[in-house]
Design a protein around this ligand. Structure first.
Ligand SMILES: [Cu+2]
Length: 264
């Protein structure tokens, strides 16, 4: 019992791996009596339809039956009718075929010319490739093959889910690209491309300095600390003049006292 479950699991796993790995498949259609079996099939771009003559005299011709007779549209034809059992005919419905033989909705009707009067007909509906494995290209690209996206400008990644910032110098390596050409700049940097210095973490230099580096202020005279918010004593020009005068007067007094003539 347990062994059976394990075996079934292995088979299921092998099957799912195989169905993922083989992107392009072949669909068989039997020709017998006065019918194609199965008559109407849906395939994916790149798939092959493989017709097999099982019994009777038939051919495969694209087109529709009008009033019991086939109207060939020129898309594909197996050749003249044959009754040789085991005869096969293949058509690969790849993108090149679809481009060369476009049909509304990529639906390809066909018939057997011998049994058109008995309405022996079929159709092949060709669907685009499936990109559900890559989030359907995230709405930012075109599914060009099984789980293969062609991303729109501004987007990258297997699922086209990653924005690019090539239009803003990739954020100058000083920020994170968060949307198409939209940067979230690192601390100390600003601008669309994060190339300009910012001082937002040092109160923009408190209005008393210049931002000269990332969160680095050059304070104007009279202000100090990292954010230039603290007033510091400044030696002004007038201060220097007053200080000079005081020194001169003091020196004069000292000199006068030293060389003062001795009182008789
Ligand atoms: Cu036929």
């Amino acid at each position: 019992m347990k062994r059976d479950i394990i075996d079934a699991t292995v088979v299921l796993l092998a099957y799912s791996v195989a169905s993922v790995a083989s992107a392009q498949t072949t669909q068989n259609v039997q020709l017998s009596g006065a019918a194609f079996t199965p008559a109407n099939i849906t395939i994916t771009v790149g798939d092959t339809v493989h017709w097999i003559w099982s019994s009777g005299v038939h051919n495969v011709e694209s087109g529709v039956i009008v009033s019991g007779s086939g109207q060939h549209d020129g898309n594909f034809r197996s050749g003249d009718p044959t009754g040789t059992v085991g005869t096969t005919y293949d058509v690969v419905f790849n993108q090149a075929f679809l481009n060369a033989n476009p049909m509304p909705g990529s639906v390809y009707p066909y018939y057997c010319v011998v049994h058109a009067f008995m309405n022996m007909a079929g159709s092949i509906t060709v669907q685009g490739p499936d990109c559900s494995g890559v989030n359907n290209c995230s709405g930012h690209g075109t599914c060009v093959a099984q789980d293969t996206c062609n991303c729109n400008a501004g987007w990258t990644g297997a699922d086209c889910g990653t924005p690019t910032c090539s239009g803003v110098n990739n954020c100058s390596n000083q920020g994170t690209c968060v949307d198409v050409d939209t940067c979230d700049c690192d601390a100390g940097w600003t601008g669309a491309d994060c190339s300009m210095v910012a001082c937002e973490d040092v109160n923009n230099c408190s209005g008393h300095g210049t931002c000269v580096g990332p969160n680095t202020c050059l304070c104007e005279e009279g202000f100090g600390t990292d954010n230039c918010s603290v007033q510091v004593p400044a030696v002004s020009a007038w201060g220097m003049v007053v200080l000079g005068l005081v020194i001169l007067i003091a020196a004069a007094v000292v000199i006068q006292r030293r060389f003062k003539p001795v009182e008789p």
